[in-house]
Design a protein around this ligand. Structure first.
Ligand SMILES: C[S@@+](CC[C@H](N)C(=O)[O-])C[C@H]1O[C@@H](n2cnc3c(N)ncnc32)[C@H](O)[C@@H]1O
Length: 381
């Protein structure tokens, strides 16, 4: 790995056009994966912020192009989007190119101070989603990475979470051929470059250094004190969602009422009641019109059918209101055992994000979704 002064020289002085051309222009190797990257951040921001205003902070924001995509894909999700970088060329370009985000020149080893000095009001009472994407972590010398990890944890420990987007070591060979060899304005010529294929590391003659991370090495890139919430492999990217272990309790449930609800739905009694007596699959108010008169031996069957019927009616309404537009994504808030989510996924071939605070219900939902072979469409974070 390059030493700290070589890394600083490369990145503090790089011109904006060198980064943009390689990364965002010329039908880049990475272009088509950026949207799933922003979706991963948005999904975790929604699920974990629990109604608090969300401030997004990009560590090592470069020319701001990634934040531009975030704004295009999720225009109203963030109360504020902030990019921090220590390269003045990049910050100047970003401010012009993405006027709807805020950009600050600063060293992310001092992230908390940089943010408090410039955005102290936004830092209070907000849920901070601090992210490092497109392999920023993979260009950092180990000591700098450790310092930045600590700074990210410090910034989010009162209320927030961390997302890291790395480049997957399993795509390293492909990238050397189709990305680095095509972008010598970024990394210099590959003549004379040194490669460590086991470690997926490259140092070029002009000292551009990169490390790609294999899934089994993820632990090296993050702080051991974080709770990892999710890891996803998407094209050449590995995406990690985490929270520092000392995050305040309020983030883990929406206050006292949230904790009580969570507790109630996780109890064995509630679980038995909802599964055996109230619908089982669809736990909501049923529609009893035109069903046979209840009779004792058929009572349960009647309740189950009535529950199914109200779901069918609800989805008919959804379909009618879409006026012929295709439903691509839906969110089921309070998804319970996932009956509604699976029905939607099957009927509309759409992706459904399930949100529920009961671990017991989420576990059952995961099991049933797997059994139904719908795990690609029905997501239960
Ligand atoms: C691989 S680039 C990613 C740029 C941007 N995230 C994107 O997706 O387009 C890494 C970025 O991190 C910045 N960087 C590296 N170390 C930094 C530090 N200690 N403080 C602030 N920025 C840093 C570099 O200047 C560069 O813009």
């Amino acid at each position: 790995m390059a030493n700290i002064s070589e890394y600083e020289k490369t990145w503090r002085e790089m011109s904006s056009s060198h980064w943009d051309q390689a990364m965002y222009e010329n039908a880049s190797f990475f272009n088509r994966h950026q949207v799933s990257n922003t979706d991963f951040i948005a999904r975790h921001a929604v699920v974990n912020s629990r109604g608090k205003p969300i401030v997004g902070v990009e560590v090592g924001t470069g020319t701001g192009k990634f934040l531009k995509i975030v704004l295009e894909e999720h225009p109203s999700l963030f109360k504020r989007l902030i990019g921090v970088d220590f390269n003045p060329n990049f910050i100047e370009t970003a401010r012009k190119a993405v006027p709807d985000a805020d950009f600050t020149l600063g060293d992310c080893r001092e992230l908390k101070n940089v943010l408090n000095d410039n955005y102290s009001e936004d830092m209070q009472d907000s849920f901070k989603v601090v992210f490092s994407v497109n392999n920023t972590h993979g260009i950092l010398p180990e000591k700098v990475r450790d310092d930045i990890n600590k700074a990210m944890a410090d910034t989010t420990s009162d209320s927030g979470m961390i997302i890291i987007g790395l480049w997957n070591g399993n795509s390293f060979g492909d990238a050397v051929q189709h990305f680095y060899a095509q972008n010598d304005h970024l990394c210099g010529s590959l003549q004379g470059a040194s490669f460590d294929w086991d470690e997926c590391k490259m140092v070029t003659a002009s000292n551009y250094t990169t490390k790609w991370t294999k899934p089994e090495e993820l632990g090296k890139m993050i702080d051991e004190s974080w709770n990892v919430l999710d890891v996803v492999s998407s094209g050449p990217m590995l995406l990690i969602a985490a929270k520092p272990k000392n995050t305040k309790v309020q983030d883990n449930a929406s206050g006292e009422a949230g904790a009580e609800t969570e507790y109630y739905y996780d109890t064995e009694d509630a679980s038995r009641f909802y599964q055996n007596f109230w619908g089982g699959e669809n736990v909501h108010i049923g529609l009893y019109d035109n069903l046979e008169e209840p009779n004792e031996s058929k009572d349960l069957e009647t309740v189950f059918k009535a529950s199914d019927k109200s779901l069918t009616r609800l989805l008919d309404h959804v379909y009618d209101h879409m006026g012929g537009l295709k439903i691509r994504r839906a969110m089921d808030m309070g998804s319970c055992y996932g009956g509604c989510a699976r029905e939607m996924a099957q009927r509309f071939a759409c992706e459904v994000l399930c949100v529920d605070m009961s671990k017991v219900e989420n576990d059952i939902n995961r099991e049933r979704t797997l059994e139904a072979g719908l795990e690609k469409l029905v997501k239960i974070p």
